[in-house]
Design a protein around this ligand. Structure first.
Ligand code: HSE
Length: 347
């Protein structure tokens, strides 16, 4: 049975959850998926670098106390040698789950380029490289005969990107409307129940939905990246995050919320891409008061959803988690499954 050797670049909550899945469930996964996974390298800003070509003992690494580094372990150092591991390890797949600057896409963008350049497949949950250079990176991957997969960049493990590219094949996708940020949807729900915006944001941080800097959530820039990914990857429209007109929820007041309630409407932060009859495309992020019978009106809490407007099927809505450690780790696993399927198809 094929074994894929993985290099985990970044060992935060999401990568650790993937390591836990591999630690706890490898036999069931091997039986159902037809391949095995082995982690041969881990790099992390806080823990350093650990490289063990015969496979790292994930139970031992996951049990290390907070603040510990890999220094002193066989194959371990306290420096995060990302470039070295990505370029020179024998990993088949680089699992990229580091922090990304949303403006430059770095350092994740370089990690992805180095991996593809050195002939490795890549899975990432980072929005930055996909929003800023997704199509170029897919092209680079194709030139190298490798895959660049990023299902977790939009709606974590809920498979909206693959749903659009695989299950909606044959349709023209005329438009997309989505609730693409769990934090703001949670916050708007709490405000409807009378909570203050800042209190609700603090709760969302506590629950692990919000970005490290929650202004990316409530100001709309997180959704802006996801909208540009959807425009590029699902609708084939070449636009950048700057092309997406963006307004967050910070100006919404209790009065606005009560007024919408009085008209049987509910406020949602909506990211959308619309192709007009003349072929031009509008992409935007803004709060919209939706009528209660709109397919996205009933999406509550941190749940996300996307409605695809198609020519043959009409509106199709997919809803599910849009954030969370295990949910996003599942996105990485689904990418590895896709890499395996593509390798089988090419053989
Ligand atoms: N902060 C994001 C959200 C996480 O609340 O949806 C996933 O991008």
């Amino acid at each position: 049975m094929r074994t894929y050797d993985l290099a985990l670049i970044g060992f935060g909550g999401v990568a650790r959850s993937l390591a836990e899945i591999i630690r706890d469930d490898s036999e069931r996964l091997a039986a159902s998926l037809g391949f095995r996974m082995r982690v041969i390298a881990i790099t992390d800003l806080n823990m350093g670098t650990l490289t063990q070509a015969d496979g790292i003992d994930l139970a031992a690494v996951l049990a290390m106390p907070r603040g510990a580094t890999f220094a002193g372990l066989t194959g371990g150092t306290e420096d995060a040698r990302n470039e070295d591991v990505i370029r020179t390890s024998n990993a088949d797949i680089v699992v990229e789950a580091t922090f990304t600057n949303p403006v430059t896409g770095e350092p994740a963008l370089s990690h992805v380029k180095w991996a593809l350049d050195s002939g490795k497949h890549v899975t990432t949950t980072n929005k930055g490289p996909v929003a800023l250079a997704g199509s170029a990176l897919r092209e680079l991957a194709a030139q190298r005969g490798r895959r660049f997969e990023f299902e977790g960049a939009v709606m974590s493990g809920t498979p909206v990107l693959r749903f659009a590219s695989e299950m909606l094949k044959g349709n023209q996708i005329l438009g997309i409307q989505g609730i693409l940020n769990g934090t703001t949807n949670y916050v708007l729900g709490q405000m409807t129940r009378g909570s203050d915006l800042s209190v609700a944001v603090a709760e969302a941080q506590e629950l692990g939905y919000a970005e490290a800097d929650p202004t990316a959530d409530i100001g709309g820039s997180d959704v802006r990246l996801k909208v540009s990914i959807l425009a590029n990857q699902v609708m084939g429209v070449a636009l950048t995050p700057e092309d997406v007109s963006t307004q967050g929820i910070t100006d919404l007041t209790q009065e606005d919320i009560a007024a919408a309630h009085g008209c049987s409407q509910v406020w949602k932060l909506i990211g959308s891409v619309t192709r007009d009859a003349d072929g031009s495309v509008r992409a935007e992020v803004r709060p919209i008061a939706l009528d209660l019978d709109h397919p996205l009106a009933g999406i509550s809490g941190a749940t996300n959803a996307i409605t695809f407007d198609t020519d043959l099927l009409g509106q199709v809505t997919v809803s599910g988690p849009g954030a969370g450690r295990i949910e996003t780790a599942y996105a990485l696993l689904s990418d590895i499954i896709a890499i395996h399927a593509a390798a089988g198809a090419a053989a």
